[in-house]
Design a protein around this ligand. Sequence first.
Ligand code: FVH
Length: 300
Amino acid sequence: MLSATSSPASEALSHSASVSVLGLGMMGSALAAAFLRAGHRVTVWNRTAAKSGPLVAQGALPADSPAAAIAASDLTVLCLLTNDQVQEVLDGVGAGIEGRTIANLTNGTPASARELSAQVEQRGATFLDGGIMAVPQMISGPHAYVFYSGDERAFATHRPTLAALGDTRYVGTDPGLAALYDIALLTGMYGMIVGVMQAFALARTENIPAGELSELLVPWIGAMLASVPEEARAIDADRHLTDVSSLTVNHAAIPNFLSAFRDQGVHPMFLEPLQEVLDQGLKAGHGADGLSRLATLFVR
Ligand code: FVH
């Protein structure tokens, strides 16, 4: 169950702490800059040292190794490419993390977050995993938030500092949960983006400008989004019968999509696996159910 623990911006501004940031790519740099704006003492480290320049110019302290950066602050935020690099960096620091809090905001899997958490705790440190729901330009803005999971006391201690990045949403002591929420939300986004790109690709084959289609797609997708809470209610109640659009009717329509895409020379992408799942749904006797049934059919 999601427990939203939002922090008002004023809380972030009235609190001053030390925080280290490891990884100064697009996102890590935005995180470090937000901590600086909030008045914190920020130590930074990046594999390619030159990337710390702009942050040092804003007042950050450069560290010459991950170990030195972690030693400088009670709280260290990591934002690297994947958890493989996080593992590598933390392995290099070894026992040097003892007594510290490691907040890993790198995109990863629930399993890798749990594994990192166990290793960090074994070395006498506390661990939080996070999923950032923002692009770098949104960090510390009104719509940015970060899911956190893991050590609850560490979260309570460092929440005022972390609030500099955006609202904080603690989702549970299981360190894997933040990554699960993150991946669930990003999956919704990727579904939308891939569908939209395919629509543009199809339209392009007949020289329909993307701008023209965009004007039609935005209100259409907006109208369809309004059905999401209704689908959620059907899934939670496990009652999928519909008077809107059944699996049978969609199963009959999707072959038209597949043919149209092939006729126009566009790869049908997710429409092929969708047809397979609809096949399974009908074979299992769910033809009268609505599309909410897909959420149960996807689970293996
Ligand atoms: N950018 C975004 O919009 C998304 C928003 C949601 C969260 N993601 C995740 O954030 C992680 C970092 O993403 P990023 O956009 O900052 O990525 P890059 O700009 O490519 O920076 C990557 C950093 O990782 C460092 N790095 C790579 N390999 C290693 C390594 N072997 N050892 C140490 N550090 C490594 C890299 O260092 P360098 O190349 O500058 O030396 C950058 O600091 C990511 O999980 C997103 O999914 C961002």
